[in-house]
Design a protein. Sequence first.
Length: 345
Amino acid sequence: MTELPDEHYITGMGLSQYVYGAERLGLPARDILLSCDLDPVVALQPSQRISQRQYETFLLQLVLQSGDEMLGFHIGHQLMPAIYGALPSLAFGAANGRDALLLGVRYQALAGGNAEGFEVTEKEDRLLFTWTMVHQNPVMRRHVTDNVLALTAHMLRFVSGRADFGALSVSLECAPPGADIRRAMEQLYGCAVRFNAPANQIELSLDALASPLNMHDPEQLRVAEELARKQLADQQQSQDWLSQVKRQMRDLMVARSPRREIVADRLNVSVRTLDRRLAEVGLTWQQLLDAMRSQMAREYLADTDVNIQTIANRLGFADVRAFQRRFRVWTGMTPSDYRSRLSDG
């Protein structure tokens, strides 16, 4: 199977908000990840790139299974600073709300990759944040926007220590929801919400944002920004290197199960260096091998000309039963059931 590069992506850090937030709401987010050919062990690594196609497939399936027309808004209520790396530390260390927001925008690619992000316009007395994204599906656009704006509102209240912190205005391109949901949104944002707008925007008062933050710490801010710069640089470097490892593993799987020693030799590094660099992106060799096997098993099963015995051999399993047991761990079903479901779909 030929792999085409994906131009747009978000990161595992950004994906984590939806996965962990959905799990807090009782949804089987990891099972849905697996059904979208995304292994949670790999996909939720902060610097992992998730293609636009996979991200959209996952989120639309999550919305469908939830039956919640405001799922994005509800996930946006799940404030989880620990999953966002250096970004919360930047906000906490900033001198005021304005600086906290602008620092977040500067390093927003750590979560949104190149698929999503805020554009900022500063006027005399206000900041206008316009949410932009590459997604074309209106359902996707609505849930992503609702999540991000709700998350922004909660983060501002959390960082400022003001439960009454509100926006000057909020505009959404989607159609208006029911009266109860509209009231909930206006209560969170502290202002009227305009629907059927030409853009998704939140407008904030510079006077309100100028108030000093209680947790302001210049040294913490310096350390956090240094870490954010490094994470942003490492995001590109780590993914390029991890892609090389995956490519060598896929190549070796054509003939035999890949061994660490062979992959390390092909990359001109020691096994110790290979393990260390995998650890830097939050993976072990076995986790990566398992994720690669899981992904390739699904690819092979989509080709009905390849029988299950051949797939087991290609993936380096000792026999079909070992492959079947492992595939059930990955997906909760047998290879035959998975193939039948593909043909039924």
